[in-house]
Design a binder for this molecule. Sequence first.
Ligand code: KE4
Length: 435
Amino acid sequence: MKRSVSKRLYEEACKVIPGGVNSPVRSGKAVGFEPLFIKKAAGCRITDEDGNVYIDYVGSWGPLILGHSNPEVQEEIAKVLDRGTSYGIPTRIEVEMAGKVVEMVPSIEMVRMVNSGTEAAMSAIRLARGYTGRKKIIKFNGCYHGHGDSLLVKSGSGLMTFGIPGTPGVPEEIVAHTISLPYNDLPGLRQAMEEVGREVAAIIVEPVAANMGVVLPAQGFLEGLRCICSEYGALLIFDEVITGFRLGPGGAQHYFGITPDLTCLGKIIGGGLPVGAYGGRKDIMEHVAPAGNVYQAGTLSGNPLAMSAGLAMLKALDRGGIYEQLEKKNDYLCSGLEQAAASAGVAVTLNRIASLGCGFFTPDPVTDLESAAKADTKAYAVFFREMVDRGVYFAPSQFEAFFVGAAHEQEDLDVTIQAAYDALKVVKQKCECGL
Ligand code: KE4
């Protein structure tokens, strides 16, 4: 495929943007690939500046569950555009959006809009510390909760992709109160809580980890977190930036039947525009300024343009019937990918749930960061490049999820599976030759 325009744009971008990208995971560095520059997108397809078309399984890293340029979402955005984009003064649509989130997410009695998942997670942490008067936070290795200082400890996503253990610029004093433990290890958590449990403000978790690839909670893990938090008076925070509205209208907390104290949201809630949110028990949320003293603010929080996109998406998702379809499509795709890997004789462990998945290039089960890290990233890089050359765009990292959306039709899935048969044969040849 000719990609000369993307190549030129990348060269220009690298002169004025760090690494040529506005977010590290978009860089193709980890898979030996210079990033595409996208000109337009519709449905499940993206078109690059050279006119090449790809079936897209990144979907802006999760938000576009209904596909690119969804007519309902675009229509609502257009309606608001005529009236302006942001006032910095309350609007009717913010009340409607908050009401919709409270209606859809079981544990949320009150919610505050912000502009990203990072803001949602860092605000929830601050609120938990302000509410409990405690300092320590427990997270899990390989989970990623945005780039807020106190959560950049053994994180997933771009930090795992590029092997960045922590990050310069975060003073040790800031992360001194952050403890990161193995995901799915309840005994390890119990031991830590026996030592510091009364100092722990919150345990924050991705109820399905999707930033070290996709790793499912072990049987009893989430229930265990709930019990332990209640036992020690720590708050349970579900970071549902990916799973929220992805695993169903009520997210992972409804899917698994667990009630967190606070929930972080992002991605889908913005319908493709910048929106995050955090919410939960009213007695906790009423500590947030100006109702309470825990300060958090945002110039563009709740802006009517972003609210219109997010609300349109939530209403469409809440109409019913869509999640069953998404799960069927993902099951079909994953089965096809597994058959393609078996046919090529390439070891792939495919973790999936609802419309989310990840194929790890390893024969062994992947249940935490340690087992995820054993995946053959070189093999994944070959797979990624071979698939892109066949018009299929997966995440440019072994440690990111793929997302199936409502716009992926049977034909798109079949094209993807056929491409995988061919791509995995190349992986086999290249990996056997040690290339
Ligand atoms: P944002 O600040 O990127 O909106 O959200 C941060 C965040 C928080 N929590 C979870 C569970 C997340 O997955 C994320 C962001 N996810 C990554 C992709 N795995 C965003 C992609 C990027 O960094 O460009």
